[in-house]
Design a protein around this ligand. Structure first.
Ligand SMILES: [Zn+2]
Length: 481
């Protein structure tokens, strides 16, 4: 029983890429081995719109906190972006303003588009929730060079997505992994499909200048949780120094988020947060999570950082993606999440099913739990869905659930048709964006703490029940008596 439970919990908390990415080397590119807030009296700050005052960034991005949870940490905000997609004389459509409520999920992309969703289907996702796209500039190292992208007019023009905001983050967990053992004082090292790169701040900012994202993160030296105290300290010093370099090289467009690292050391994280908070940045990127850190210490580390950051500026985190992790981050005051969770689910043939009615009741079905469901998601590869003519989620209004059955997706998965992943990514993205909407509503209504508590309790109960059921099903008939 406990093995099964631990296995479920382990997968839940440690999603891994299902396939290894082949590594290619490129000779033409450089390679190397080398208040106390809890005392806040009101949970709603009606009309308390205080935009960040960074003069160079406020033209591009505005952020305002609209409501706080009772604990004074979780908050609902409004992020406004003035698209510059037509500010380069490329003849595109007029610039539009994008408004996104936070806490929000950045859609993870590969070179600007979600892995399996075409531009045609992007518009079918909940809007404006889906209008902030994360991408890694490192993905473009094997593609058109910076000068070509700059001539075209940046990522908006390159992809033809003028109504979307682009957020450049120099990290993801699939194609451009930080390779801290090869980073040095000059730059950060990344392992990518086209080789290992040492990226210096000046080179990174050159990429940013050519791509013209709406938002971007400063170059960071993100390290694994197991590094020595000395190496962790060095990563903080480098990240602060590189932030200064990025600020000095900053182009006129795009809002800069300052990177905060420090591994599992509260002191180093606080030191980094204090230093970054002194700089002229539009927001904060809290990095170094999902790199071997313990789930138990994460809340303490997050709180240590967010308590020191100005409340009027947005905070983003990378490496938290599971529903419980999202709730943990929001409880610490995080506004934006950058995660590969949906991608990994989709690639594995999973579909999210947890209820979105606010009651967080996880339907328990012993047969399903033993074979293809953990209460949050179902595995549509399972034989049990071969003749299942129902939708993934009754009442879901996504394209997939409106048009297709579990049986069809099961068939597509079994014959290795990519349409399976397309349909799954549409549903999973739709479902997870709806989860974020539900959280925002809970915060606004002053019920976030109850919402989080209920969700976690129901999940724990379900996993316990599932593990009992699995144990029961695996027990020989003779022993059951
Ligand atoms: Zn759906």
């Amino acid at each position: 029983m406990y093995c099964s439970l631990q296995s479920n919990v382990f997968w839940l908390l440690n999603p891994k890429p299902s396939a290894k990415i082949p590594k290619f080397r490129s000779r033409r590119l450089e390679t190397t081995k080398s208040m106390p807030q809890a005392e806040r009296p009101e949970h709603i700050l009606a009309g308390a719109v205080q935009y960040s005052k960074s003069e160079r960034d406020c033209k591009k991005m505005k952020f305002a906190v609209k409501a706080w949870s009772k604990s004074g940490r979780a908050r609902v905000g409004l992020l406004q972006l003035s698209s510059t997609s037509n500010s380069f004389g490329q003849g595109g459509p007029p610039a539009k303003e994008i408004e996104i409520e936070t806490p929000a999920l950045l859609l993870t992309t590969r070179k600007g588009l979600p892995a399996f969703i075409s531009p045609d289907h992007l518009s079918s996702l909940p809007s404006p929730d889906s209008r902030l796209l994360q991408f890694s500039p490192m993905h473009f190292m094997e593609g058109p060079n910076s000068k070509t992208i700059s001539t075209i007019g940046g990522v908006h023009q390159l992809l033809g997505l003028h109504d979307y905001g682009f957020f450049a983050v120099p990290r993801d967990s699939i194609l451009s992994l930080p390779e801290c053992s090869s980073s040095n004082k000059n730059g950060a090292s990344f392992e990518t499909p086209c080789g290992r790169f040492l990226v210096k701040p000046v080179e990174y900012m050159k990429m940013i200048s050519s791509m013209k994202p709406d938002l971007y993160v400063s170059l960071a030296d993100e390290v694994h949780a197991s590094v020595t105290v000395k190496r962790n300290k060095a990563s903080v010093d480098r990240t602060i120094r590189w932030l200064d370099d990025c600020i000095s090289l900053k182009p006129t467009d795009g809002a800069l988020f300052g990177s905060i690292v420090g591994g599992c050391s509260i002191e180093e994280r606080q030191h980094c947060a204090q230093e970054v908070a002194k700089r002229n940045v539009a927001g904060y990127y809290i990095g170094g999570f999902g790199l071997g850190d313990s789930v138990d210490e994460r809340s303490t580390l997050l709180h240590a950082v967010t308590d020191l950051l100005p409340k009027e500026k947005p905070r983003q985190v990378c490496g938290l993606g599971l529903p419980e992790e999202i709730l943990q981050g929001i409880a610490a005051g995080i506004d934006l999440f950058d995660s590969m969770y949906i991608y990994h689910l989709t690639l594995g043939g999973f579909a999210l099913i947890f209820p979105l009615d606010g009651n967080c009741k996880h339907v328990f079905n012993p047969q399903l739990s033993a074979m293809a469901s953990d209460g949050t998601k179902i595995n549509l590869k399972a034989t049990i869905y071969r003749k299942d003519a129902s939708r993934i989620v009754d009442g879901c209004n996504c394209y997939t659930c409106q048009n297709h059955t579990k049986a069809y997706i099961n068939h597509l998965l079994n014959v290795h048709e990519m349409l399976a992943q397309i349909l799954l990514e549409i549903h999973n993205t739709h479902h997870y964006l709806s989860f974020f909407r539900l959280i925002r509503e809970a915060i606004t209504e002053g019920k976030f703490e109850e919402f989080r508590q209920k969700f976690i309790e129901k999940r724990r109960d379900h996993l316990l029940a599932a593990s009992f059921s699995t144990c029961d099903l695996q027990t020989p008939v003779r022993s059951r008596a």
